[in-house]
Design a protein around this ligand. Structure first.
Ligand code: NAD
Length: 488
């Protein structure tokens, strides 16, 4: 048995599923026939008509129960994340914890969803802004956070009054099926909920394309590569839908002369090699002041040499495998390109045996070359050098992506400048913390080719609702705004 969260039928379908731990096929997931998508969409539309009438705090109760069921299933679901994606045990569990955290957040939100009252210029009038359910939300997710990203979207969408349709990565159907099972447990305890409130479809881009194309999906949240987002974004816009795009990053750390280097080294290593460099917020570029570069690189080369790489289930392992052989081939090819551009590479070797294991790479680059400006979803850290602070910020911003960024400095002027209008252009900017490992309380997402979407905390919920401005006239007159006269 692969997991107590999966039935036999869920592992004996047609879509082959491989564990990156050893590259072996572990199951065949049941696939959704694309011809069935109109039925899926119709069920979600029907579910919306009922769910939007349920009071938001009651909708929150379903999400509270989901959080409880996730707590009970944490060990099993975390272990399945490790098996299907290759994350080390604590990161597999951490991913489920993130699902629990967003449930807690959304439950509180279900008693808020605040609107506004706004001063009206007309006597005897009241103006207000109200947030209302918007309709079925499509959720397309990437392999690297196979379940947490669903939870970021689903917990908010559900309390906001919307059904969800989830198309997970075709590389990670098992964790999705298990999550659906956990949701069904919550649903059974909740009682009355419309059929089709939370649906899961398993398969490749064709299913995602059905969500992208359908007007029955007013909000489509898509997480994945910039290539995917470049296709999805315009299609959703062309049918007047709203896309929440969470795409690739090319995240940097500036290390200033005053930085606490012991702290910086720990943050760099976790940021660059954690999850084998397969986080959208993984650290990919290090922008180091010339005066400390030699010292920092020496420390990193030493730290990299002692990193335990191997089976992610084993206690002590810090670097598991890449998702598949294609990902490893891409990493090795990018390192070749970096060398051709004048880079000096430490590490970056393929390890023998089954599974796509690598030693993480440090690539000392002469400048921010074309290769550095691309996101490679693997543990490659490019090291760049700066002399003055303005140059460091210019390098940080001079990439197409704008997800996460950080600075290590004890200089207040540098820290505040980094966070100011003339500082980092990213959706996330940290001081004395690495770029990855966000908490769910803040809005998550980035600018430029990262897509501009925000999920998770803060007021990200507003993207899952429609805004209505209403003016009520409780006077006996009918004045027009802006003093316009129209006497009839
Ligand atoms: P991917 O783009 O290959 O696939 C992501 C999802 O999109 C999958 O479910 C896939 O089936 C679907 N898809 C692909 N083409 C589609 C199409 N034409 N129409 C509809 N759906 C389509 O990405 P991946 O390799 O699974 O994930 C890695 C990428 O995701 C990286 O670039 C990473 O930075 C990014 N990512 C971003 C965030 C974020 O929040 N910004 C979070 C996680 C991952």
């Amino acid at each position: 048995m692969i997991s107590p969260l999966l039935s036999n039928a869920e592992t004996q379908g047609t879509l082959p599923v491989f564990s990156p731990i050893d590259g072996a096929e572990i199951a065949r997931a049941p696939e959704t026939d694309p011809a069935l998508m109109p039925e899926v969409l119709a069920r979600a539309t029907q579910a919306f008509l009922a769910w939007r009438e349920v009071p938001a705090p009651r909708r929150g109760e379903l999400v509270r129960l989901l959080g409880e069921e996730l707590r009970a299933a944490k060990e099993d679901l975390g272990a399945l994340v490790t098996l299907e994606v290759g994350k080390i045990t604590s990161e597999g569990l951490g991913e489920v914890q993130e699902m629990i955290d967003i449930c807690d957040f959304a439950v509180g939100l279900s008693r808020q969803l605040y609107g506004l009252t706004i001063a009206s210029e007309r006597p005897g009038h009241r103006m207000a802004e109200t947030w209302l359910p918007v309709g079925p939300v499509g959720i397309i997710t990437a392999f690297n956070f196979p379940v947490a990203v669903w939870a970021w979207n689903a917990a908010l969408a559900l309390v906001c009054g919307n059904p969800v349709i989830w198309k997970p990565s075709e590389k990670t159907p098992l964790t999705a099926l298990a999550t659906q099972r956990v949701f069904e447990r919550a649903l059974a305890r909740f009682g009355e909920a419309p059929e089709g409130l939370v649906q899961l479809v398993i398969g490749g881009p064709a299913l995602g394309e059905a969500l992208v194309a359908s007007k029955a999906v007013p909000v489509l949240s898509a997480t994945g590569s910039t290539r995917m987002g470049a296709w999805v974004g315009p299609k959703v816009a062309a049918r007047w839908g709203r896309a929440i795009l969470e795409l690739g990053g090319n995240n940097a750390m500036i290390v200033a002369p005053s930085a606490d280097l012991d702290m910086a080294v720990r943050a760099i290593v976790f940021g660059a090699v954690g999850t084998a460099g397969q986080r959208c917020t993984s650290l990919r570029r290090l922008i180091v002041h010339r005066s400390i570069r030699e010292d920092l690189v020496a420390r990193l080369v030493k730290a990299y040499a002692s990193l335990p790489i191997g089976d992610p289930r084993k206690p002590g392992t810090l670097i598991g495998p890449l998702i598949d052989q294609a990902a490893r081939a891409r990493m090795l090819a990018q390192l070749e390109r970096a060398r051709a551009e004048g880079g000096v590479v430490h590490g970056g070797m393929a390890l023998e045996g089954p599974g796509a294991y690598v030693t993480p790479a440090l690539a000392l680059m002469p400048s921010q070359t074309d290769t550095v400006r691309e996101e490679t979803f693997a543990p490659i850290l490019y090291v760049l050098t700066y002399d003055d602070f303005a140059e460091a910020i210019a390098l940080q911003n001079d990439v197409p992506q704008g997800l996460s960024s950080c600075i290590f400095t004890l200089n207040l002027r540098e820290a505040e400048t980094f966070l100011s209008a003339s500082g980092s252009d990213c959706g996330i900017a940290n001081v004395n913390i690495g770029p990855s490992g966000a908490e769910i309380g803040g809005a998550f997402g980035g600018e430029k080719e990262t897509g501009g979407g925000r999920e998770s905390g803060s007021d990200a919920w507003k993207a899952y609702m429609r805004r209505q401005t209403s003016t009520v006239n409780y006077s006996a007159k009918l004045p027009l705004a802006q003093g316009v006269r129209f006497d009839v």
